[in-house]
Design a protein around this ligand. Structure first.
Ligand code: CO
Length: 238
């Protein structure tokens, strides 16, 4: 009774939307009610301008979504890890899409030296990313630094997804799942591929691997082929 009048707009929008969907696609809700079988898990920023379904042109039921400030994947964040585990183990998504966006307020705040309260501790994760790659920012303006950090942050978070036991266990049992890094532009609405596509243990640094090459060779024909191919490429480069 206290605030319902302030949500009138939302309820009227919802009724209109539900009526339109029922009119145009009568089987839509009965089908969704029975199950969801998304092929994608989206890990993106909580920013109100970066909505997964709208940007990718997907309907409800087609993408599983996790969002937080500045699309960060922290090793001990049970919220994000639970979403990731459910998406991969139960929903069997084929793609995990980490999406950053230029003009990210969280990333920009991480570049500054001011306190905004509790969130400072969350943004510390992005300061860590900056500090790890500090040499890349030497001659950049504040705007250029912010844009580059948005991109590097996505790459780092793709790595963090891949380093989880969840992804590595999936790859070990032969499940085909690829982790991608994308960046979205608020300026023109375009989603760009950062060309970080990880589809197996062979693509992650050895220190993060939970299983030895020997264990993978023993268990999985497809991984065996990939490991042998990457070993051959490595020896050719030497
Ligand atoms: Co953001």
């Amino acid at each position: 009774m206290s605030s319902s009048h302030t949500l009138d707009n939302i309820f009227s929008n919802n009724r209109r939307w539900a009526e339109e969907v029922q009119r145009d696609h009568p089987d839509f809700f009965p089908r969704l009610e029975k199950q969801q079988s998304p092929e994608y898990l989206w890990i993106g920023c909580a920013d109100s301008r970066v909505s997964a379904n709208e940007i990718m042109g997907l309907l409800p039921g087609e993408v599983f979504v996790h969002r937080n400030v500045a699309n960060v994947v922290v090793h001990t964040d049970f919220n994000c890890l639970s979403v990731l585990q459910y998406a991969i183990d139960v929903l069997q998504v084929k793609h995990v899409i980490v999406t950053g966006h230029y003009g990210c307020g969280g990333v920009r705040a991480a570049l500054e030296n001011r306190s905004m309260g509790l969130i400072d501790n969350w943004l510390r994760n992005i300061k860590d990313v900056y500090f790890k790659h500090e040499n890349l920012f030497t001659h950049l303006s504040a705007d250029e630094s912010a844009e580059l950090l948005c991109e590097i942050n996505v790459r780092e978070q793709v790595g963090n997804v891949c380093h989880t036991t969840i992804l590595q266990d999936a790859w070990k049992r032969g499940q085909a799942v690829t982790v991608h890094g994308l960046i979205y532009s608020l300026h023109d609405g375009i989603l760009n591929d950062l060309d970080v596509n990880v589809s197996g243990m062979q693509d992650i640094p050895s220190i993060y691997r939970m299983y030895s090459d020997a264990e993978m060779l023993a268990r999985l024909p497809s991984q065996r082929r990939r490991l042998q191919q990457s070993a051959q490429v490595g020896s050719q480069q030497q």
